[in-house]
Design a protein around this ligand. Sequence first.
Ligand code: ATP
Length: 274
Amino acid sequence: MNILEVQHLRISDANTSEILVSDSSFSLKQGSCLAIVGESGSGKSLTCRALMRLNRPWLLQSGDIRFKGEDIMALSPKEMRKRRGKYLYMIVQNGMRAFDPSCVVGVHARETLAQHFNWSKKDIEDKMIQAMKSVMLNNPMDTLNKFPHELSGGMLQRLMIALALVLEPEIILADEPTTALDTISQFEVIEQLVLLRERSGCSMILVSHDLGIVNKIADEVVVMRDGAIVESGHVPTIFTEAQHSYTNYLVSSRLALGSRYKKIMEERVMLASR
Ligand SMILES: Nc1ncnc2c1ncn2[C@@H]1O[C@H](COP(=O)(O)OP(=O)(O)OP(=O)(O)O)[C@@H](O)[C@H]1O
């Protein structure tokens, strides 16, 4: 069963009349992970944000987006706000942008959870602390009392994942969740995303440049270029039988994440044995 169906999505810039995403159609199966790959500027983030209806007001979108059959495009702004967080949850590239810089991250977490659940302050805190421990954020109370700029990029990403564990959204949109991180933090955040899927059974859309990450997490993939989908299919098939020359180019030039993992793990084993 498809939890999300997108038909003929088109995004254009009202200021310039430029078409940024043209006639994009894809679907997400319940419980599966769909990756959107493509070079910079191909329309991956705009597509993701269109699903949440979070694009800037001058970016006009048309087409049909259905979440469990419900027409997302027809919802009022108020109804759409209710769907964000609990149904569609976004993990962004740069954690600093996800949190209000003027307050400690615990306030953001509490406010987000209070929007969706009738839990007491104590319940919210307990659930958040438990989730933070499970994503290896030690000293959760200390972390919750910090401002975003006092936390590393990896910690902010893990905080977003912890929040997702408590919210249990139906679809997680992870837009280049590791791009802004160093290699070790990338590895850890990817591991946490894999665990998040296992624990919550959520469906996921993963935007990535990195076909190594896609190979590790995703079941299906769509390849975008210049605002259009040029190819889509099952991950193993795309890796071995890509039809489009651009997909072949991506596959052949992909970062060998597998070997990077191996290298990191070898380094860790060496450090641990010293
Ligand atoms: N707010 C905006 N206003 C106008 N044009 C925009 C806006 N955001 C993005 N664009 C344009 O839309 C196109 C697609 O952008 P998008 O951010 O979706 O690319 P992307 O594939 O996610 O790239 P990257 O991998 O670098 O994040 C680009 O040409 C970009 O310049």
